[in-house]
Ligand binder design. Structure first.
Ligand code: HPA
Length: 279
């Protein structure tokens, strides 16, 4: 069978191989409105997504597209400033191509971040949630199609997607900074529309604490390759309907809340990555 997904990945890798300055330990994905963390990185070099042939380029305002190579403390990092989403119309295999590419760069850890709507009623807008597990059943699996055996096995285990040691690292980082850290299950819908109140109620019944439009498929692709995965959701808003019939949602609001939380988010991610040097 045609393994064009893997061939495309290799082409992307070959196009940038000579520009990768070092082997990163942590691959960090910055979510909507959270790209400001990039300024915290002691930067070595950048690769623009648009300079990589075939690489999916984001169309969403607020999602700049580039890989940044640098250090956080002494930890070598490759950071994605901007990611692509399934709702932009890309094949789901293109959505996870960047995560796969960072694995080929040598990254051991995939650190995923996103903005999400809070479903758990104990959460408030502005909270951070450590992702403990996920529901990806509402989006296509990125592993459908011929299995790229070079990356991983046909039927990968998803019993512990989020690495317990890395979860502890993030918990300790939050405690050290006096930042409250909620915990829970992230559910990915396709978007781009925000959920209806009935969909939010459904997601809650299914066990989700937060809902968003990214992350879960990347985590599945990363575990397929046996990367260690961890993630933080920034709860930018209460999910639709939770605040009553007059509640509305907008991307502007999500970005504004993310801007307000940026100093705390940046500190939490910086401290977590520093501690991942030993994890
Ligand atoms: N739903 C889905 N995605 C989101 C939300 C939401 O409420 N907030 C930020 N991203």
């Amino acid at each position: 069978m045609d393994d064009h997904v893997y061939q495309k990945l290799l082409k992307c890798y070959e196009a940038i191989e000579s520009r990768i300055p070092f082997t990163p330990k942590v691959a960090l994905v910055l979510g909507s409105g959270l790209g400001g963390f990039a300024d915290e990185i002691e930067e070595d070099s950048e690769i623009l997504y648009r300079d990589i042939p075939g690489f999916p380029v984001s169309t969403v305002p607020g999602h700049e597209g580039k890989f940044i190579f640098g250090h956080v403390g002494s930890v070598p990092v490759v950071c994605m400033k901007g990611r692509v989403h399934y709702y932009e119309g890309y094949d789901i295999t293109d959505v996870v191509l960047p995560a796969r590419l960072m694995h080929l760069m040598g990254a051991e850890i995939l650190f995923l971040t996103n903005a999400a709507g809070g479903i758990n009623r104990n959460f408030t807008a502005g909270d951070f949630m450590l992702i403990r597990d996920q529901i990806s059943s509402f989006v296509p699996s990125p592993l459908i199609g011929p299995n790229p055996d070079a990356l991983g096995e046909r039927f990968p285990d998803m019993s512990r997607i989020y690495d317990p040691v890395l979860c502890d690292v993030i918990r300790q980082a939050a405690a050290g900074l006096d930042i409250t850290l909620q915990e829970g299950v992230y559910l990915q819908f396709t978007g781009p529309a925000y959920e209806s109140p009935a969909e939010v109620r459904m997601a809650g019944i299914l066990g989700a604490d937060a809902v968003g439009m990214s992350t879960a498929v990347e985590a599945v692709a990363a575990r397929h390759m046996n990367m260690r995965v961890c993630g933080i959701s920034f709860i930018s808003n209460a999910a639709a309907g939770l605040l009553g019939p007059d509640q509305t949602l907008s991307h502007e609001e999500v970005k504004a809340r993310a801007d307000e939380a940026a100093p705390y988010f940046n500190a939490l991610v910086r401290e977590s990555i520093k501690r991942m040097g030993e994890a």
